[in-house]
Design a protein around this ligand. Structure first.
Ligand SMILES: Cc1ncc(C[n+]2csc(CCOP(=O)(O)OP(=O)(O)O)c2C)c(N)n1
Ligand SMILES: [Mg+2]
Length: 192
């Protein structure tokens, strides 16, 4: 494993995010990473629905073409919903990026090994699905380019960040699903 730190990657992905960046972190540690970088009503935390973060974020990107949408997803999360990568490439939203935090583990549930530590390459899978930009970031030198691609490159963009498998301290976002939905909706389309 290389020594990239997931919290530092997420802090960079979300730096100076303003009001036009919409973020969908997958369940578990990706949510805590986003919370640790600073809570925002423009973050829609997935408290469950493993495998559902990309479909949710893809629909959001299609519905909000003037806003950048980033799905920050664990490797386990993506492996559970690989078909969503093909659907994303087929829809090809220019405002959409997936940032995979690949620790080669199901970290949230006890560090079980995932297939990415045993040969599966999510960047190659994304490229095969048809993503125009599909990058693998393994060193500090490559981080800035990976972050820039997620924030700015016309999508769909897929970037794997190989991060170390050390669990970080939990930073717990709000848990009330109705509240999270309402505040996100209001932040994106205003009060109804
Ligand atoms: C359908 C389903 N299966 C299993 C789980 C249990 N579960 C919750 S988080 C998680 C691991 C997620 O791994 P990954 O997306 O790689 O995130 P990490 O914690 O490693 O960053 C698992 C197995 C679940 N919530 N839903
Ligand atoms: Mg993982």
């Amino acid at each position: 494993m290389t020594a990239l730190n997931r919290r530092e990657i997420v802090a960079k992905l979300l730096a100076d995010r303003g009001n036009d960046l919409l973020v969908v972190p997958s369940l578990g540690q990706a949510c805590y990473d986003c919370m640790a970088a600073g809570d925002s009503p423009q973050t829609f935390y997935m408290w469950g629905a493993m495998g559902g973060a990309v479909p949710v974020a893809l629909g959001l990107a299609i519905a909000q073409p003037d806003k950048r949408v980033i799905c920050i997803a664990g490797d386990g999360e993506l492996l559970m919903g690989l078909g969503a990568l093909a659907a994303t490439a087929a829809e090809a939203p220019a405002n959409f990026a997936i940032a995979c935090l690949d620790n080669e583990r199901y970290g949230e549930t006890g560090q079980q090994h995932t297939a990415t530590g045993r040969g599966a390459n999510l960047t190659a899978i994304a490229a095969g699905a048809g993503f125009g930009t599909a990058m693998m970031v393994t060193t500090e030198d490559e981080v800035a380019a990976g972050v820039k691609a997620c924030r700015e490159t016309p999508g769909p963009v897929f970037v794997t960040f190989k991060v170390d498998d050390a669990p970080e301290e939990a930073a717990i976002p709000p848990k009330d699903g109705a509240y999270l939905k309402s505040r996100f909706r209001e932040a994106v389309v205003g009060k109804i």
